[in-house]
Design a protein around this ligand. Structure first.
Ligand code: FAD
Ligand code: UDP
Length: 376
């Protein structure tokens, strides 16, 4: 008999949740992670009494009550509601997601009917154009965005931001990326349509600690640095790293986007008045600025700590040595991933799960759900 039932490669949300469940079921687990800490991309660092989202802003949101109850049973979540502000190329500020506040600011339209008429005018012209070319469904992000929300908003709030974030023209990006954003005809700046959202009180590290409570963990440990050894210690492996790396890049490399963070502590309690401010102009090199304290301090509470911490996010193409963040689900990468997936499907003793192993643009809640529903 081997020492462990499961070797779990990666202590991000997939690995940590799987470990929690396996432990509940009496399984012996070892979690290894190559980073010096657990938690993967949700890890926070405490600076000046503020939980700084070290790998980018993370807002938990879900409509799945079971998942919400599950995470809240481990750590209570606060009432944070994401409502980003976008600074357009002309310097004007607009509310996101696209809602009556945005439309009022953009066109001066005050009622839902006026806003719909304005968008319809722009959509109709564009859709007629597409039909003339024999196109019935939007083929890419640009076509999807204009046919959803019209050309003005596309040009001012979407095009520059998206091209900076993905490093590719909108006409070469998949349509689904933009479908994540709600469009609504009410005055409501809540970025998500989900029934539940918030941030764990005390930060994401508390959630991860509770998931990994009682589980053996080795950080600073790369699976590939001792592969033969690690493959021998457990009956099964749960792999949450890059699937192309697992197969030694035999079909070629999958592409990822990553983000470089420039984090600064400022000697003022409240710098931008909001957690997330997006910069949609191509001329501004960063995509957004995060002011971390607003994730956990509301109203006048933001003045309880004298300083603040901000991060500018610069989106770049991933290269070795960087953290791979976003899978690039374009045609080439999707086809390549399918080749790796076919190999993975033939492995009886390895479970591939999470953003990197499934090469999928997952949010946190679905990752937790997936890990909780794996067959043990
Ligand atoms: P990860 O967190 O990446 O964990 C994988 C772990 O495996 C890492 O710790 C890594 O070090 C480890 N690992 C990899 N290879 C090896 C190896 N060879 N040996 C040992 N260890 C290894 N989701 C939301 O719901 N809301 C948000 O607001 C949100 N914002 C995001 C912002 C950014 C910038 C990013 C990148 C993601 C965001 N997400 C958000 C998504 C969220 O981060 C993921 O859904 C979730 O963290 C995925 O967990 P995971 O376990 O699959 O991956
Ligand atoms: N987006 C945009 N302008 C914005 C914010 C978002 O055009 O100001 C688009 C962009 O294409 C992005 C997508 O909406 O990739 C999804 O945004 P979201 O904030 O959900 O992305 P995340 O960073 O959370 O993955």
């Amino acid at each position: 008999m081997k020492l462990y039932d499961y070797l779990i490669v990666g202590s991000g949300l997939f690995g940590a949740t799987f470990a929690w469940r396996a432990r509940q079921a009496g399984k012996r687990c070892l979690v290894i992670d190559k980073r010096p800490h657990t938690g993967g991309n949700v890890y926070c660092e405490n600076i000046e009494g503020i939980n700084v989202h070290k790998y980018g802003a993370h807002i938990f949101h879900t409509s799945n009550k079971e998942i919400w109850d599950f995470v809240n049973s481990l750590v209570p979540f606060n009432r944070y509601t994401n409502s980003p502000v976008a600074v357009a190329p002309d310097g004007r500020r607009y509310n996101l997601p696209f809602n009556m506040n945005t439309f009022y600011r953009m066109w001066g339209v005050a009622t839902p009917d006026e806003a719909r008429a304005k968008i319809e005018e722009q959509r109709a012209a564009f859709l007629a154009d597409l039909r003339r070319q024999g196109v019935s469904e939007p083929r890419n992000l640009e076509e999807q965005a204009i046919s959803l929300i019209g050309r003005d908003i596309y040009e001012l709030l979407i095009k520059g931001y998206t091209e900076k974030q993905w490093g590719r023209p909108c006409s070469e990006l998949p349509a689904f990326i933009i479908k994540r954003l709600p469009v609504r005809f009410v005055y409501d700046n809540n970025y998500f349509n989900d029934a539940y959202q918030g941030i764990p009180i005390g930060g994401y590290n508390v959630l991860i600690e509770r998931l990994l409570d009682g589980v053996e963990v080795k950080t600073g440990t790369d699976f590939f640095a001792g592969r033969t050894h690690w493959e021998s210690v457990a009956e099964k492996i749960v792999f949450t790293g890059k699937i192309d790396e697992y197969y030694d890049y035999r079909f070629g490399r999958l592409e990822y986007r990553t983000v470089r963070f420039e984090t600064e502590t400022l000697d003022t309690p409240n710098w931008q008045g909001n957690a997330v401010v997006n910069y949609t102009s191509r001329e501004v090199p960063y995509t957004r600025i995060i002011e971390h304290k607003h994730f956990e301090m509301f109203g006048d509470d933001v003045y309880k700590t004298p300083k603040t911490v901000i991060s500018r996010e610069y989106s770049t193409e991933w290269r070795d040595g960087m953290e791979p963040f976003y899978p690039v689900n374009d045609a080439r990468n999707t086809a390549l991933y399918e080749q790796y997936r076919a190999l993975a499907a033939q492995e009886p003793n390895v479970i591939f799960g999470g953003r990197l192993a499934e090469y999928k643009y997952y949010d946190m809640a679905p990752v937790i759900e997936l890990a909780l529903t794996q067959q043990l």
